[in-house]
Design a protein around this ligand. Structure first.
Ligand code: FES
Length: 149
């Protein structure tokens, strides 16, 4: 159960809206509908306006992340080596697209810029652990390993 009592520590100036949303996301990993309502009430700003800010800034997530957060790199090196294909394989295996979490709350998927290990392209990370030189079999095996955890 989320608790937004900590908002009281933030000055009610609407200029602090982003700061408040960052605090929410820092605590819960995403900004839920309840959080939007709480922030909207706290700053006396219409919920639609809060939604607008969330949509505008890519840093905010509106969906609860899965237990295993998959980040597929689509930086230049990985893109050339087939990152879009990797992303499609993952989507096909898990039934989710970028920005989504599967129905069991196990996996979430996002596409990110360079993960900083281009020599291993194409690359993905799961909860920060990097997997490189991916091919279809490798992707499938890794996902199965995590699903069994
Ligand atoms: S482009 Fe993917 S790790 Fe650099």
């Amino acid at each position: 159960m989320e608790n937004f009592g900590f908002l009281e520590k933030i000055d009610k100036d609407p200029g602090n809206l982003i700061k408040a949303l960052q605090a929410v996301q820092g605590l819960y990993g995403f900004v839920s509908d309840d959080a939007v309502r709480a922030v909207s009430d706290y700053f006396q700003i219409p919920a639609a306006e809060v939604e607008g800010v969330l949509t505008f800034y890519a840093q905010f997530k509106r969906v609860k992340p899965g237990r295993f957060k998959i980040a597929v790199c689509d930086g230049t090196a990985c893109h050339i080596k087939g990152a879009p294909q990797i992303r499609q394989w993952i989507s096909a295996e898990l039934g989710i697209g970028p920005g989504e979490t599967d129905k069991d709350g196990l996996f979430s998927l996002e596409v990110v810029a360079c993960l900083g290990c281009c020599s291993l392209a194409p690359v993905m990370s799961i909860n920060g652990r990097v997997y490189g030189k991916l091919d279809r079999k490798g992707v499938s095996r890794i996902l199965k390993e995590y699903a069994a955890k």
